[in-house]
Write a protein that binds this ligand. Sequence first.
Ligand code: SAM
Ligand code: SF4
Length: 455
Amino acid sequence: MESFINSEYIRNLIKETENASYDDIEKVLDKASLKKGLSHQDVAILLNIKEEKQLERLHQISFDLKKTIYGDRVVLFAPLYLSNYCVNNCEYCGFKRDNNLDRYRLTLDEVTKEVKALEKIGHKRLAIEFGEDPINNNIDYVTDVIKTIYAAGDIRRVNVNIAATTVEEYKKLKDAEIGTYILFQETYDKDKYKELHGTDSLKSDYDRQLYAHHRAIEAGIDDVGGGVLFGLANDYRFDLIALMIHDEELLDKFGVEFHTISFPRIKPAEGVNLSKYNTIDDETFMKIVSIVRVAKPLVGMIVSTREDHDMRMRLINQGISQISANSSTSVGGYEEDNHGKEQFELGDNLTLLETIKDLIKHGNLPSYCTACYRMGRTGKEFHDQVESLKIAQMCHPNAILTSLEYAIDSKDKELYDLAYPFLIEQIEKIKDEQIKDKVKGYFKRIENGERDLYI
Ligand code: SAM
Ligand code: SF4
């Protein structure tokens, strides 16, 4: 069966657009500045930007667009690693089965301990991570973990990153009330995919991976996230165009595109020889992020602590709307009884408190908002609200309220003194007078000890 990824078509498109003129690129940038998004053909043209002036224009449009849709808000979350058992042998990963590691999966009591440790740090949103292992990490374990996390206390949204699976198993995830289901294609280049995943593991099946989001949506999961691992493909342009085509395919078939796109770059890991990979330099990476922002104005864009702090701050100014912080990539990494090695090395080791202070110093509004998902604003409903810019009227107030909660609960005077005047300024930015009054009322109630108030 011919999938929606046609390699020959993508390679031809790259060739045909390779000599795009300055004017061709200007035309696409003009279209981008209308903030209505771009096709994958436009993206192919933008990939040819070389002139400094055009690059600056791209970054500026991207930043303006992000401000229009999302305001100053940056959503924060932490990854939580549950199990490093894995039957696959992805060449680039520290958890691959050929690595001789101590394998461990957390008991449900340990999950509760991890959640308490994460809550103490101040986290409210998690992305849970597992290696693939049908016995040790089966779907019942995954859903038990999710239930345990929600029951443990204050975590309000659990996004899930598990290997591609069946509609029946996705239904179980849906019933466990997950937030977004996240899965990366890693690379859309079929030959490269084969080379990196071998022929004898569950993840070797390219099509199983490619149609996983389709199955998740068919199972009723409204929000799905995608991405590629930059550094794997021989030509990153191929993967980026394919990722755009994948997004278009979901929009065509189901009326919803990716809820989020993640931007991981390959990092050093146990048993991984980075010199074998086509690592992406910083300038190209920044260009990729801005291109996706102008092409996909409504998609949440995620960068993790794989990147160093300076790069993360730069990317936020170009379109990134969600970041992880204070992360650990080893099983049980937030409690003292850390089990074994990390999946890959981190580039940003700041604490959540340090991250939040720095976000505010740079005029960004940290957010722990999970209101949409709890109010049923998911999938197409969410998409439509973002499109009509209504969502900004909710995200912005909810970001203010969750930031205030964090500033009070952190008991850090420096943060509180920094955040308080900043949040008051942010309230003044709310245009709708009714919402502004409501936020002022909620602000007072949070100061008086109430929690979890949202619009
Ligand atoms: N095991 C599941 C899977 O492979 O889909 C889910 C979680 S895996 C822990 C999350 C992601 O980590 C993978 O999809 C892969 O892109 C990324 N990853 C693996 N090795 C990496 C490395 N060396 N550097 C950066 N990211 C890596
Ligand atoms: Fe296992 Fe995922 Fe790592 Fe592949 S990327 S080895 S499936 S944990």
